[in-house]
Design a protein around this ligand. Sequence first.
Ligand code: ZN
Length: 331
Amino acid sequence: MVKSDKKSTKRGRNDPCHCGSGKKYKDCHLPTEQVARTEQLRLRQAQDSLLPRIIEAAQGVAELLPAAFERFWQGKYAFERMQEPANAQGTDRSLTWEDRGAERFLTWFAFDVRQPDGHTLVEHLVTTEAFTTDPYERSLLTAWQPVRLRPYLVEALKKGQGVTLRDLLSSELRQVADYGASKRLALGEVVVGHLVPADTAPGAEAPTYYLAGAAAQLTDDTAAKLLEYAELHLADMRRRMPAATWADLIDERSELLNHFVTALPTEARDPGLIERIVNEGRIALQLTAESVAALLGRPAPEPTAANPELPAPDQPTAVGEEDPSDARLAD
Ligand SMILES: [Zn+2]
Protein backbone atom coordinates (compact mmCIF):
# COMPACT_ATOMS: atom_id res chain seq x y z
CA MET A 1 0.00 0.00 0.00
CA VAL A 2 1.27 3.43 -0.84
CA LYS A 3 0.97 5.99 1.86
CA SER A 4 0.76 9.62 1.05
CA ASP A 5 3.13 11.42 3.33
CA LYS A 6 0.84 13.89 4.97
CA LYS A 7 3.27 15.32 7.47
CA SER A 8 2.58 18.96 6.93
CA THR A 9 5.61 21.19 6.76
CA LYS A 10 3.53 24.36 6.71
CA ARG A 11 5.25 27.08 8.65
CA GLY A 12 4.09 30.53 9.54
CA ARG A 13 5.71 33.72 8.32
CA ASN A 14 6.86 34.54 11.83
CA ASP A 15 8.14 31.06 12.70
CA PRO A 16 11.89 30.45 12.73
CA CYS A 17 13.21 29.69 9.25
CA HIS A 18 13.75 26.02 8.42
CA CYS A 19 17.38 26.70 7.47
CA GLY A 20 18.35 27.24 11.08
CA SER A 21 19.54 30.82 10.64
CA GLY A 22 17.51 31.89 13.67
CA LYS A 23 15.73 34.53 11.61
CA LYS A 24 12.01 34.59 11.04
CA TYR A 25 10.95 32.69 7.93
CA LYS A 26 9.57 35.87 6.33
CA ASP A 27 12.93 37.62 6.76
CA CYS A 28 14.97 34.68 5.50
CA HIS A 29 13.97 32.03 2.95
CA LEU A 30 10.32 33.01 2.32
CA PRO A 31 10.96 35.60 -0.42
CA THR A 32 13.22 33.39 -2.56
CA GLU A 33 10.89 30.44 -2.14
CA GLN A 34 7.98 32.58 -3.28
CA VAL A 35 9.88 33.55 -6.40
CA ALA A 36 10.66 29.90 -7.10
CA ARG A 37 7.01 28.98 -6.72
CA THR A 38 5.93 31.72 -9.10
CA GLU A 39 8.49 30.49 -11.66
CA GLN A 40 7.15 26.99 -11.22
CA LEU A 41 3.59 28.16 -11.82
CA ARG A 42 4.59 30.12 -14.91
CA LEU A 43 6.38 27.08 -16.32
CA ARG A 44 3.27 25.00 -15.74
CA GLN A 45 1.16 27.53 -17.56
CA ALA A 46 3.71 27.59 -20.39
CA GLN A 47 3.54 23.83 -20.65
CA ASP A 48 -0.25 23.98 -21.02
CA SER A 49 -0.01 26.53 -23.79
CA LEU A 50 3.02 25.09 -25.58
CA LEU A 51 1.97 21.53 -26.25
CA PRO A 52 -1.23 22.31 -28.19
CA ARG A 53 0.78 24.71 -30.33
CA ILE A 54 3.36 22.02 -31.10
CA ILE A 55 0.56 19.64 -32.10
CA GLU A 56 -0.89 22.36 -34.29
CA ALA A 57 2.50 22.93 -35.92
CA ALA A 58 2.72 19.20 -36.65
CA GLN A 59 -0.43 19.49 -38.73
CA GLY A 60 1.30 22.27 -40.64
CA VAL A 61 3.78 19.88 -42.30
CA ALA A 62 1.00 17.88 -43.91
CA GLU A 63 3.15 16.39 -46.65
CA LEU A 64 5.23 14.45 -44.12
CA LEU A 65 2.30 13.04 -42.16
CA PRO A 66 1.06 10.09 -44.27
CA ALA A 67 4.41 8.25 -44.37
CA ALA A 68 4.98 8.87 -40.65
CA PHE A 69 1.43 7.74 -39.89
CA GLU A 70 2.09 4.44 -41.67
CA ARG A 71 5.33 4.03 -39.70
CA PHE A 72 3.56 4.60 -36.40
CA TRP A 73 0.46 2.47 -36.94
CA GLN A 74 1.91 -0.12 -39.36
CA GLY A 75 -1.16 -0.01 -41.55
CA LYS A 76 -3.50 -0.73 -38.64
CA TYR A 77 -5.39 2.45 -39.43
CA ALA A 78 -5.88 4.36 -42.66
CA PHE A 79 -4.62 7.91 -42.66
CA GLU A 80 -8.23 9.10 -43.14
CA ARG A 81 -8.78 8.20 -39.47
CA MET A 82 -6.90 11.38 -38.62
CA GLN A 83 -10.02 13.33 -39.54
CA GLU A 84 -12.23 11.40 -37.12
CA PRO A 85 -13.09 12.85 -33.74
CA ALA A 86 -10.97 11.40 -30.96
CA ASN A 87 -12.55 8.88 -28.62
CA ALA A 88 -15.51 8.07 -30.80
CA GLN A 89 -17.48 5.68 -28.66
CA GLY A 90 -18.28 2.49 -30.48
CA THR A 91 -19.91 -0.66 -29.24
CA ASP A 92 -16.71 -2.63 -29.80
CA ARG A 93 -13.71 -0.74 -28.48
CA SER A 94 -11.26 -2.87 -30.42
CA LEU A 95 -12.77 -1.59 -33.64
CA THR A 96 -12.74 2.05 -32.72
CA TRP A 97 -9.93 4.50 -33.24
CA GLU A 98 -7.65 4.00 -30.27
CA ASP A 99 -8.02 6.48 -27.47
CA ARG A 100 -6.69 9.76 -28.72
CA GLY A 101 -4.87 7.97 -31.49
CA ALA A 102 -4.51 11.14 -33.52
CA GLU A 103 -2.96 13.00 -30.61
CA ARG A 104 -0.62 10.12 -29.75
CA PHE A 105 0.54 10.07 -33.36
CA LEU A 106 1.01 13.84 -33.62
CA THR A 107 2.94 13.99 -30.34
CA TRP A 108 5.26 11.24 -31.58
CA PHE A 109 5.55 12.98 -34.96
CA ALA A 110 6.58 16.26 -33.31
CA PHE A 111 9.12 14.81 -30.88
CA ASP A 112 10.49 11.74 -32.63
CA VAL A 113 10.26 11.96 -36.41
CA ARG A 114 13.31 13.33 -38.17
CA GLN A 115 12.32 15.45 -41.11
CA PRO A 116 14.32 15.24 -44.38
CA ASP A 117 16.95 17.64 -43.01
CA GLY A 118 17.53 15.41 -39.98
CA HIS A 119 15.80 17.57 -37.40
CA THR A 120 12.60 16.89 -35.48
CA LEU A 121 9.70 19.32 -35.49
CA VAL A 122 10.42 20.33 -31.89
CA GLU A 123 14.04 21.07 -32.85
CA HIS A 124 12.81 23.13 -35.79
CA LEU A 125 10.41 25.15 -33.68
CA VAL A 126 13.23 26.30 -31.41
CA THR A 127 14.67 28.23 -34.36
CA THR A 128 11.44 29.11 -36.17
CA GLU A 129 10.87 32.82 -35.72
CA ALA A 130 7.22 32.61 -36.68
CA PHE A 131 6.71 30.24 -33.75
CA THR A 132 6.61 32.94 -31.11
CA THR A 133 7.20 31.92 -27.52
CA ASP A 134 7.41 33.70 -24.21
CA PRO A 135 10.59 33.10 -22.16
CA TYR A 136 8.96 30.26 -20.21
CA GLU A 137 7.72 28.49 -23.31
CA ARG A 138 11.13 28.97 -24.88
CA SER A 139 13.00 27.40 -21.98
CA LEU A 140 10.62 24.43 -22.05
CA LEU A 141 10.85 24.02 -25.81
CA THR A 142 14.64 24.01 -25.60
CA ALA A 143 14.59 21.39 -22.84
CA TRP A 144 12.14 19.23 -24.78
CA GLN A 145 14.36 18.72 -27.84
CA PRO A 146 15.89 15.39 -26.73
CA VAL A 147 12.57 13.95 -25.48
CA ARG A 148 11.43 10.80 -27.28
CA LEU A 149 8.70 8.20 -26.85
CA ARG A 150 9.80 5.78 -24.10
CA PRO A 151 8.31 3.08 -21.87
CA TYR A 152 7.97 3.68 -18.12
CA LEU A 153 7.03 1.51 -15.19
CA VAL A 154 4.86 2.93 -12.40
CA GLU A 155 7.23 2.57 -9.45
CA ALA A 156 5.43 4.57 -6.77
CA LEU A 157 2.23 6.55 -6.46
CA LYS A 158 1.06 9.41 -4.38
CA LYS A 159 -2.60 9.64 -5.19
CA GLY A 160 -3.58 13.13 -6.17
CA GLN A 161 0.02 14.30 -6.08
CA GLY A 162 2.24 12.49 -8.46
CA VAL A 163 3.89 9.36 -9.73
CA THR A 164 7.40 7.98 -9.73
CA LEU A 165 8.11 6.41 -13.09
CA ARG A 166 11.08 4.19 -13.87
CA ASP A 167 12.39 4.30 -17.40
CA LEU A 168 12.10 0.65 -18.46
CA LEU A 169 15.17 0.96 -20.68
CA SER A 170 17.57 3.10 -18.66
CA SER A 171 16.15 2.32 -15.18
CA GLU A 172 16.30 6.03 -14.32
CA LEU A 173 13.62 7.35 -11.98
CA ARG A 174 11.48 10.34 -12.89
CA GLN A 175 9.19 12.30 -10.60
CA VAL A 176 6.01 13.09 -12.44
CA ALA A 177 3.75 15.77 -11.03
CA ASP A 178 0.52 14.85 -12.71
CA TYR A 179 -2.55 14.79 -10.52
CA GLY A 180 -4.67 13.08 -13.16
CA ALA A 181 -2.13 10.37 -13.94
CA SER A 182 -1.62 9.63 -10.25
CA LYS A 183 -5.31 8.77 -10.00
CA ARG A 184 -5.53 6.71 -13.16
CA LEU A 185 -2.35 4.66 -12.81
CA ALA A 186 -1.62 1.66 -10.62
CA LEU A 187 1.67 0.25 -9.39
CA GLY A 188 3.40 -1.99 -11.90
CA GLU A 189 1.55 -0.59 -14.86
CA VAL A 190 3.42 0.63 -17.92
CA VAL A 191 3.09 4.01 -19.56
CA VAL A 192 4.36 4.57 -23.08
CA GLY A 193 4.62 8.28 -23.65
CA HIS A 194 6.65 11.45 -23.78
CA LEU A 195 7.97 12.52 -20.40
CA VAL A 196 9.00 16.14 -20.61
CA PRO A 197 10.99 18.09 -18.02
CA ALA A 198 8.85 20.91 -16.71
CA ASP A 199 9.60 22.94 -13.61
CA THR A 200 11.95 22.22 -10.75
CA ALA A 201 10.14 22.43 -7.45
CA PRO A 202 11.70 24.68 -4.80
CA GLY A 203 14.41 22.74 -3.02
CA ALA A 204 14.29 19.81 -5.45
CA GLU A 205 17.46 18.60 -7.13
CA ALA A 206 15.88 17.12 -10.23
CA PRO A 207 13.20 18.58 -12.45
CA THR A 208 9.61 17.54 -12.26
CA TYR A 209 8.31 15.78 -15.35
CA TYR A 210 4.98 15.76 -17.09
CA LEU A 211 3.46 13.38 -19.59
CA ALA A 212 3.14 15.42 -22.76
CA GLY A 213 0.22 14.75 -25.03
CA ALA A 214 -1.52 11.42 -25.01
CA ALA A 215 0.18 8.33 -23.58
CA ALA A 216 -0.72 4.67 -23.70
CA GLN A 217 -1.32 2.87 -20.40
CA LEU A 218 -0.64 -0.87 -20.25
CA THR A 219 -1.53 -3.41 -17.59
CA ASP A 220 1.01 -4.66 -15.06
CA ASP A 221 1.64 -7.92 -16.92
CA THR A 222 3.27 -6.17 -19.87
CA ALA A 223 6.53 -4.66 -18.54
CA ALA A 224 8.75 -7.73 -18.94
CA LYS A 225 7.43 -8.52 -22.42
CA LEU A 226 7.72 -4.95 -23.60
CA LEU A 227 11.35 -4.95 -22.49
CA GLU A 228 11.94 -8.26 -24.24
CA TYR A 229 10.35 -6.85 -27.38
CA ALA A 230 12.55 -3.76 -27.23
CA GLU A 231 15.62 -5.96 -26.65
CA LEU A 232 14.83 -7.85 -29.84
CA HIS A 233 14.95 -4.61 -31.76
CA LEU A 234 18.15 -3.52 -30.03
CA ALA A 235 19.73 -6.84 -30.94
CA ASP A 236 18.56 -6.36 -34.53
CA MET A 237 20.11 -2.89 -34.60
CA ARG A 238 23.39 -4.23 -33.23
CA ARG A 239 23.76 -6.51 -36.24
CA ARG A 240 24.74 -3.44 -38.24
CA MET A 241 25.71 -1.09 -35.37
CA PRO A 242 27.41 -3.26 -32.71
CA ALA A 243 27.70 -0.44 -30.17
CA ALA A 244 24.05 0.67 -30.47
CA THR A 245 22.49 1.82 -27.19
CA TRP A 246 18.90 2.22 -26.05
CA ALA A 247 19.14 5.89 -26.98
CA ASP A 248 20.20 4.93 -30.52
CA LEU A 249 17.31 2.50 -30.80
CA ILE A 250 14.74 5.01 -29.58
CA ASP A 251 16.20 7.71 -31.77
CA GLU A 252 15.89 5.52 -34.84
CA ARG A 253 12.66 3.58 -34.26
CA SER A 254 10.67 4.56 -31.20
CA GLU A 255 7.53 3.62 -33.14
CA LEU A 256 8.25 0.00 -32.19
CA LEU A 257 6.84 0.85 -28.76
CA ASN A 258 3.55 1.82 -30.34
CA HIS A 259 3.58 -1.37 -32.39
CA PHE A 260 3.75 -3.30 -29.13
CA VAL A 261 0.93 -1.21 -27.65
CA THR A 262 -1.38 -1.64 -30.61
CA ALA A 263 -0.84 -5.41 -30.70
CA LEU A 264 -2.21 -5.73 -27.16
CA PRO A 265 -5.80 -6.67 -26.42
CA THR A 266 -8.03 -3.87 -25.21
CA GLU A 267 -10.77 -5.99 -23.68
CA ALA A 268 -9.14 -8.57 -21.44
CA ARG A 269 -5.72 -9.80 -20.39
CA ASP A 270 -4.25 -12.35 -22.72
CA PRO A 271 -0.79 -13.60 -21.66
CA GLY A 272 -0.69 -15.88 -24.70
CA LEU A 273 -1.07 -12.93 -27.00
CA ILE A 274 1.68 -10.96 -25.25
CA GLU A 275 3.97 -13.97 -25.68
CA ARG A 276 2.96 -14.16 -29.33
CA ILE A 277 3.83 -10.48 -29.97
CA VAL A 278 7.39 -11.17 -28.85
CA ASN A 279 7.67 -14.41 -30.79
CA GLU A 280 6.33 -12.84 -33.95
CA GLY A 281 8.77 -9.97 -33.51
CA ARG A 282 11.59 -12.49 -33.19
CA ILE A 283 10.52 -14.22 -36.39
CA ALA A 284 10.04 -10.95 -38.28
CA LEU A 285 13.53 -9.83 -37.28
CA GLN A 286 14.91 -13.32 -37.97
CA LEU A 287 16.54 -13.57 -34.57
CA THR A 288 16.96 -16.62 -32.37
CA ALA A 289 17.18 -16.52 -28.58
CA GLU A 290 20.89 -17.34 -28.90
CA SER A 291 21.61 -14.56 -31.39
CA VAL A 292 19.69 -12.06 -29.25
CA ALA A 293 21.71 -13.06 -26.19
CA ALA A 294 24.96 -12.76 -28.12
CA LEU A 295 24.06 -9.36 -29.57
CA LEU A 296 23.01 -8.06 -26.16
CA GLY A 297 26.23 -9.40 -24.64
CA ARG A 298 24.56 -11.98 -22.43
CA PRO A 299 25.20 -15.64 -21.80
CA ALA A 300 23.19 -17.78 -24.20
CA PRO A 301 19.94 -19.10 -22.69
CA GLU A 302 19.82 -22.70 -21.48
CA PRO A 303 18.03 -24.70 -24.15
CA THR A 304 15.71 -26.34 -21.63
CA ALA A 305 15.03 -23.42 -19.31
CA ALA A 306 12.51 -20.74 -20.10
CA ASN A 307 13.95 -17.36 -20.89
CA PRO A 308 14.74 -15.36 -17.77
CA GLU A 309 12.09 -12.78 -17.17
CA LEU A 310 11.51 -9.83 -14.97
CA PRO A 311 9.03 -10.46 -12.19
CA ALA A 312 5.59 -9.73 -13.57
CA PRO A 313 3.11 -9.73 -10.71
CA ASP A 314 -0.29 -11.11 -11.59
CA GLN A 315 -2.11 -8.71 -9.37
CA PRO A 316 -1.58 -5.00 -9.06
CA THR A 317 -0.44 -3.99 -5.59
CA ALA A 318 -3.91 -2.54 -5.41
CA VAL A 319 -4.03 1.16 -5.37
CA GLY A 320 -7.01 2.65 -7.13
CA GLU A 321 -10.16 1.24 -8.54
CA GLU A 322 -9.46 1.50 -12.24
CA ASP A 323 -10.79 -1.25 -14.39
CA PRO A 324 -7.70 -3.25 -15.33
CA SER A 325 -9.24 -4.05 -18.71
CA ASP A 326 -9.13 -0.38 -19.51
CA ALA A 327 -5.79 -0.75 -21.18
CA ARG A 328 -5.59 2.61 -22.90
CA LEU A 329 -4.96 5.92 -21.28
CA ALA A 330 -5.56 9.37 -22.46
CA ASP A 331 -3.53 12.29 -21.26
ZN1 ZN B 1 16.37 30.61 6.03
